[in-house]
Design a protein around this ligand. Structure first.
Ligand code: SF4
Length: 347
């Protein structure tokens, strides 16, 4: 067994039952362990007090339980948004965000340490991909944020560092664990996965019987423009990406969320609004307009509130549903991935 196989929090209930059989225990013990890990969300085997001392010792000798340590917590004085830097067991650092909205608390998690997708507007990719996160490390971002805030989590977005569909198997396993009725039991409708558009994996996800919301990073209205911003566009054309989104909607019944970052004088003209409306007119969707965050290492200028509203109006005139994303935690934020970068540079 390698380390990854021996990590208990990433295991399904069925796999934990096999662990119990190997330990010479009755399979029903697996449910107790599962509940300790995902309902009570403990950090160690030692805390599983309804297991015999013998079983706890056996588990400690043969398995591990991933847990994350808060390396830094920043709280916005404007809206209470909290940013967390977590330290993984191998010393790597990842970033997560807790946001309080009218409709509840939302957590944005990372799926990889770094990212290899190379999107031009993103700080997470500047150092490339370091490694994939394990399912347990994605779960732990949520469990430890619940512990730190003392509040429930109503929805999650997989929109932090990393491309979730580039870590497909672990992300799907994470989704099954976070929605398991014996654990956190989060509604699948309360989960959004954001992707730059890895087409074959969108088809795969559509078939998983996990009707979560798919957010597609579009950001451009022609292949040429998209290639400038997102290297993945060289591999999959806009037509292919949109066809995959259409398929996803048909399979899951979930409306697609198109993410469109507004960069001043780059993609916010009247022609862009028109082309964008035409492109997505066939898909049951909604557009999220994101005034781009300036990244220190790149030269992008963000739009004013008025320019964003003008673009939104142009889309709505063409019959496209669009909202402007509210910027949360302006005073502690910076672009996604920047907090982690500045922390690593200083430490
Ligand atoms: S936007 Fe997402 S996919 Fe693109 S580089 Fe950043 S983390 Fe990776």
């Amino acid at each position: 067994m390698n380390n990854e196989q021996k990590e208990l929090r990433s295991m399904s209930l069925e796999e934990l039952q096999q662990v119990m059989v190997l330990a010479g225990e009755k399979p029903f013990r697996a449910k107790q362990v599962f509940e300790w890990l995902h309902k009570k969300q403990v950090s160690s085997i030692e805390e599983m007090t309804n297991l015999s001392k013998k079983l706890r010792t056996y588990l400690k000798e043969n398995y591990t339980v991933d847990t994350l340590k808060v390396a830094k917590e920043l709280i916005s004085s404007i809206d209470g948004t909290r940013k967390y830097l977590f330290k993984l067991s191998d010393g790597n650092i990842i970033e997560s965000v807790w946001m309080n909205y009218k409709h509840g608390n939302s957590v944005c998690i990372s799926s990889q340490v770094g990212c290899r997708m190379g999107c031009k507007f993103c700080a997470s990719t500047l150092g490339g991909l370091v490694r994939n996160l394990r399912p347990s490390e994605m779960l732990e971002q949520i469990y430890r944020i619940k512990e730190a805030t003392g509040q429930r989590v109503d929805s999650i977005v997989i929109m932090g560092s990393g491309e979730p569909l580039d870590n497909y198997d672990s992300v799907v396993r994470f989704l099954r664990l976070i929605t398991d009725e014996n654990g956190e039991n989060l509604s699948r409708r309360a989960i959004t996965l954001s992707t730059c558009g890895i087409v074959p994996r969108i088809y795969d996800l559509a078939k998983e019987n996990l009707p979560i919301t798919l957010a597609l990073s579009l950001h451009a209205t022609t292949n040429e423009e998209r290639i400038e911003l997102m290297p993945i566009a060289r591999k999959y054309s806009l037509d292919e990406v949109l066809e995959a989104c259409e398929y996803y909607f048909k399979q899951t019944g979930r409306r697609i969320s198109f993410e469109y970052s507004l960069v001043k004088d780059v993609n916010n003209s009247k022609e862009h609004a028109k082309r964008l409306s035409e492109l997505i007119s066939k898909t049951n969707s909604h557009v999220n307009l994101i005034p781009v965050n300036p990244v220190k290492e790149r030269s992008f200028e963000t739009v004013t509130r008025k320019q964003a509203e003008d673009f939104q109006k142009m889309l709505e005139k063409n019959g496209v549903n669009a909202t402007i994303r509210r910027e949360m935690g302006r005073d502690i934020s910076g672009a996604c991935g920047q907090l982690r970068r500045s922390f690593i540079e200083k430490n």
